[in-house]
Design a protein around this ligand. Structure first.
Ligand SMILES: [Zn+2]
Length: 410
């Protein structure tokens, strides 16, 4: 039986919607006092709390959405460490890991990650899965079984992350067909330096394959310190030439940061025009790129979120790798991501656009049935933390409760 719950909570003002907001008390940090109740997994009441002297001591968030992860290699750091902590070494160690990879190992890593993610408050995850010719055949069948197994509590979306050449092979086409049945996505890497002519040709074939099977594309693009915007420019030219409408996500888009602001804004306009979504991944970018053991530099390429948002690009912030050769830390914890990303990128939690990139844009990116806005009639899918200000979230040991379909999960 579903329980009925009544609570007094704070909710970030930009994450909720009510008809009558006249009596709503919103503090200086954008936290609004509410009375909320839910029944049978659905919010039945959401109304302003009018007790000025009695501020709630809990903050309620919608459950989180992770837009970019790598479940298949999480927690491999111990076996496959990367003490140089740069991009080149990460790639080289990653390829070593492939040699010992089995379907069972991938599933174990994925289950461990998903269980943590659920406990930490995620409701949906998009994960890239390394895809290559020598892979065990049953891996995708097993991954789709996993997707089904977790589906009552968590929506799992897979991106087959393959060399672009793979999408031009018969195995590539076979997999594309399989992915189309399970809302899968075609993935690849477009990182300079590269041969422009060759990349254009491979990208075209990949996009045409995606179009044929009505699939989305998610690219690791411009995750580099060199040739700012080389990848996105080739991509835009290719889409223009093919004149097709394939939904595209650009993960990373880091090196465009070193373009001039007006160039970023112009590029952003073109990205918006083509309805391309962007995922900023500050943790791996700050860790891997432009690393110099002898000098400390603040020069870290990361997607310029504010300029892109100014050009109306839908930008999400994601975590990327967890305890693997690409990133040594992390725990599928959205609060860890927020705690790191906000000061790194000078994003304030009381700004609407900051919370949009963490909650609403990710829900749109994964095309979830709930956009993450808390209102009457929305699902009671919440993370409630013992806190009354943002500092409590970022500075202390957080006590939290996760509700899934109105029921206490943990
Ligand atoms: Zn990634």
């Amino acid at each position: 039986m579903s329980s009925s719950v009544k609570l007094e909570v704070l909710i970030p003002r930009s994450l909720c919607q009510i008809e009558c907001a006249e009596n709503l008390i919103v503090d200086d940090e954008g936290l609004a006092s509410f009375f909320i109740s839910w029944e049978k997994g659905i919010v039945s009441e959401l109304k302003p709390l009018n007790t000025e002297d009695k501020k709630p001591k809990k903050i309620l968030f919608p459950r989180f959405v992770e837009t970019h992860s790598h479940l298949d290699k999480s927690f491999t750091w111990k076996e496959f460490p990367n003490f140089k902590s740069n991009y080149e070494e990460a790639l080289s160690v990653n390829l070593e890991e492939h040699i010992t990879r089995t379907t069972k190992k991938v599933l174990d890593r994925a289950e461990r990650s998903l269980n943590l993610a659920l406990k930490n408050g995620y409701r949906a995850i998009r994960s890239h899965i390394d895809t290559y010719e020598a892979q065990e055949n049953d891996i995708w069948t097993e991954l789709f079984n996993l997707q089904k197994k977790y589906s009552p509590n968590l929506k799992l979306q897979f991106v087959a992350l393959a060399p672009l050449e793979f999408w031009d092979s018969s195995n590539g086409e076979k997999l594309a067909k399989k992915l189309s049945v399970h809302e899968g996505i075609l993935g690849g890497v477009v990182v300079p330096p590269f041969n422009k002519k060759e990349i254009k040709c491979l990208l075209s074939r990949m996009l045409l394959l995606a179009d044929k099977y009505r699939l989305e594309v998610d690219l690791h693009i411009d995750e580099s310190t060199s040739e700012p915007g080389a990848g996105i420019k080739v991509l835009l030219e290719t889409i223009e030439r093919l004149n097709i409408k394939v939904p595209i996500t650009c993960s990373h888009l880091s090196n465009i940061l070193s373009l001039r602001d007006n160039e970023i804004i112009n590029l952003g306009r073109k990205i918006t025009e083509k309805d391309i979504k962007v995922i900023a991944l500050p943790l791996t970018n700050f860790w891997l790129l432009n690393r110099n053991d002898k000098s400390t530099s603040l020069n870290r390429p990361v997607a310029p979120i504010k300029q892109l948002q100014k050009s109306l690009v839908d930008v999400s912030i994601g975590s990327d790798n967890v305890q693997d050769p690409w990133f040594s830390f992390g725990n599928y914890d959205p609060f860890y991501l927020m705690t790191c990303a906000m000061p790194m990128l000078q994003l304030s939690p009381w700004e609407r656009l900051t919370l949009s990139s963490l909650f609403l844009a990710p829900s749109r990116l994964l095309k979830l049935s709930w956009d993450g806005l808390i209102k009457k009639g929305c699902p009671a899918d919440f993370v409630i933390v013992d806190a009354e200000k943002w500092a409590d979230i970022f500075s202390s040991n957080l006590t939290k409760k996760v509700f899934i379909n109105g029921e206490l999960y943990c």
